[in-house]
Design a binder for this molecule. Structure first.
Ligand code: GRF
Length: 211
């Protein structure tokens, strides 16, 4: 871990780490994490679900569990830079209000500014559906198929100022099969993500992963 990163507090089942999950869409990853957290006593619990999209299907998963769940759409500000900063300030306010200690990006489709990244460095993770550093960006499955590689997978990494570039915490592989399309590949990788992400968050929060 670099010197600018603050690792999460060493959590325990008696004093679990307070997690916020940020989503933009269907939230199948959020649902998998909530299931994982409800199966056994864990060292982390989800206290806040945020989405940048008001119609994100995944918001239901937070509401169904009685977790504070909010959509924070982009505020109506014409200047894009100001709008982005104002939006992140709103997100940060919600994180502070819920005394969040650790941020989990789960299909959150926005890139944070260096201001926000600095606040959470070492305490914000993302999952990307490829074997980084290969196939970063918004269309990894399409890129995997058109490249002809025979193996893909998913990567859990700390978030830094780049796009899908932060220190890698965990990866898992899955084969690309003959006849795969973007959809079939996405489903296979998502099933893998739903195992890897909760397990990795668990280990990281318990201090079992050192970078
Ligand atoms: C996941 O594949 C995640 O890795 C990617 O977006 C997808 C989100 O899916 N960044 P869901 O909203 O959790 O169903």
């Amino acid at each position: 871990m670099g010197t600018t990163e603050t690792p999460p507090r060493r959590a325990s089942p008696e004093n679990p780490l307070r997690i916020a999950v940020l989503i933009s869409g269907g939230g199948s990853g959020l649902l998998a994490l909530l299931k994982y957290q409800s199966e056994e006593i864990r060292c982390h619990k989800t206290v806040l679900v945020l989405s940048d999209k008001e119609d994100a299907g995944g918001l239901e998963h937070g509401r169904n569990k009685g977790i504070t769940t909010k959509a924070i759409p982009l505020p109506p500000i014409g200047d894009k830079k100001e709008q982005r900063s104002a939006h992140e300030e709103l997100v940060q306010k919600e994180l502070e209000n819920s005394q969040v200690e650790f941020v989990v990006l789960s299909g959150y489709m926005r890139i944070f500014t260096p201001w926000f990244v600095r606040i959470w460095k070492g305490r914000m993770v993302n999952i990307h559906p490829s074997l980084l550093p290969h196939f970063p960006g918004a269309h990894p499955h399409r890129d995997v198929i058109s490249s002809g590689v025979s193996t893909t997978g998913c990567t859990v990494h700390l978030v830094d100022e780049g796009v899908d570039t932060g220190p890698i915490i965990a990866q898992r592989e899955v084969p690309v099969l003959t006849g795969d399309n973007e959809f079939s590949l996405q489903e296979r990788v998502k099933n893998l993500e739903h195992e890897l992400y909760p397990e990795t968050i668990d280990k990281y929060c318990l201090g079992k992963i050192t970078l």
